[in-house]
Design a protein around this ligand. Structure first.
Ligand code: ZN
Length: 235
């Protein structure tokens, strides 16, 4: 059983009728529905929960964390973000969606500003699978279309991805590194760009397939705090 914790700040859905109409139970629940199957167990946490729903015990019992946040990144306490970072370094898988590029845990793990260029006018996005052999894009064709998405454009201030799997292109000819993987410590990380709150992106079949594939891919069987002790010379 893969234990997945879906973290959502859960603010837009309660503040905006437009967003609530698309995700009445929250973005986290829509993602959770997409993951439902016999070997994935889904749990949820939001900003409203005590300690953001994140403790050392919960993280130790989580194989994969999925993070969506946008307007309230700064309301996540630094020590919670550090706990997530530490868990990833010891082998917890992590998937950061859309505006989670600016979340505290993602920035800690990347070590860069993670700034990007953007415009919000509901353009169509075509997402290209540029590494068709990768497990994360199995079941996806050469590309898939999202009728409306927020345009995210380069430059995107991330470290060079270990694998660039998806590239998004937009009506204005912008391009963006939409699917990228990293390894940090013992943990695997996937950043995936689609998922603006005012569009029904998390109901798109290709998006759902990619997130589910990514859960299997970032999940690690090796979970251990990396310890580098003071050592004695072997006699
Ligand atoms: Zn957005």
């Amino acid at each position: 059983m893969i234990k997945v914790l879906i973290w959502n700040e859960f603010k837009h859905e309660r503040k905006s009728e437009t967003v609530r109409a698309i995700y009445p139970d929250g973005i986290h629940r829509a993602i959770g529905e997409a993951l439902k199957c016999d070997d994935i167990e889904v749990r949820y946490a939001t900003l409203e929960d005590e300690n953001c729903g994140i403790t050392d015990e919960i993280l130790a019992d989580t194989d994969v964390i999925i993070w969506w946040g946008h307007m309230a990144h700064n309301e996540v306490p630094d020590e919670i973000a550090k706990k997530v970072q530490s868990a990833v370094l010891s082998g917890m898988g992590a998937i950061f969606l859309h505006s989670a590029h600016h979340s505290k845990p993602f920035r800690l793990l990347m070590g860069t500003t993670c700034n990007l260029s953007w415009r919000e006018d509901g353009d169509m996005e075509r997402v290209w699978a540029v590494k068709p052999s990768h497990p994360i894009v199995q079941g996806i064709g050469r590309y898939f279309d999202l009728p409306h998405e927020e345009t995210y454009a380069e430059p995107f201030d991330i470290p060079e991805p270990e694998e660039l799997i998806l590239i998004g292109s937009y009506e204005g000819s912008e391009v963006f590194r939409s699917g990228a993987t990293y390894k940090r410590g013992n943990g695997k990380i996937f950043y995936f760009q689609p998922g603006h709150e005012t569009f029904p992106t998390f109901y798109n079949e290709s998006v759902k397939t990619i997130i589910k594939n990514a859960v299997y891919w970032v999940k690690s069987d090796y979970r251990k705090v990396i310890d580098c002790p003071n050592i004695k010379k072997i006699q």
